[in-house]
Design a protein around this ligand. Sequence first.
Ligand code: ZN
Ligand code: ZN
Length: 377
Amino acid sequence: MQLFDLHTSIANVSIGIMERLTDVLTAGTFYFVYDYLQKNFGIFDIKPGVAVWILLLLGTDFIWYWYHRLAHEMNVFWAVHVVHHQSEDFNYTVSARITLFQAIVRTGFWCVLPIIGFPAPMITVMLLIHGLYPFFVHTQVIGKLGILEYFLVTPSHHRVHHACNDQYLDKNYGDVLIIWDKLFGTFEKEDEKPVYGLTKQLHTYSFLWQHFHFLVELWLTVKQQKTFKDKFKVVFGSPNLIDPEVRGKAEIIFGIEEHHEPLQQRLSNYVVWQVIVMLVALFAFILFEHQFGYSAKFLFTSFTILTLINCGAIMEQKQWIFAVEFLRMLVVGSALWLFNADYHIVTFFIVTALLLLVLFYRTVEERYLSVVYTVKE
Ligand SMILES: [Zn+2]
Ligand SMILES: [Zn+2]
């Protein structure tokens, strides 16, 4: 049983870093939306109480079931949820594979709660608790859990959900309670050994391609349809409507190819360290987020996105990583310039360094790529 592949896990964590970061930046907006909806359109005026908390848990889990089921049954939603299912490994890092786009779609579904009348603070607390639970079910090392298997979503149930074996497809959508799957006929027990990932595996660590490959496939399929009705059907229809061959066409357009050469140890280390540093930086950012101004937030977000793209591209051994490194230098330069009191000297050094880099871009790029990608004998 393969539990852990380093590069797959890095890809999983990279996607999670991006989601956590954007989540911190957007959480206030989500709260504002719930609060606005409840105050203006709330059907009931609900006050907190034990029974109400239980109702809210049931309501949240029920909405989750339908959100998750539609995410698998409609292309427009699958386009954002597919990222969670790309990993061919199954371990705790997979729980981090959630994108910001998925968080936005999910928030759309959660809006049912304030419209029913649940107050925004209650919803926010419940979503935090509800959102923690799935972490524990992404594991192969916990077997079946006896009586809990009857009503909770267990690791065994969620292994089935992540498997691409025929009998396991589109099963076990529940988040905390498995009762919804049993009620609506989507439950499947774990018998055969699960094979994890997509029915047509992605074979890439590219941060960008993992996020956008299905949107490209969807776009190409929509373009092939003649009538508006057919286009509509593809967008809101099932992923089965997408011809698996479209992936190949999309990969040719964007120059995605499977890489067969193993990554050198030192490059692998470089990527691992970048991800570790970004995790620590993200932690610090979440702690001190309220003290940062807009420009600091913008620069930090840009640096994070560039670093994650860079890590994915290095694992794919792409030649364009130097362009990303150059952009990162620009971000670091801007940060130094913005947050340094001694403007003149710093500005002088940054401008000179960047000018030199622009003037000798090709030479520096060649040197950089040869240092990075040449195998030492
Ligand atoms: Zn799913
Ligand atoms: Zn999952």
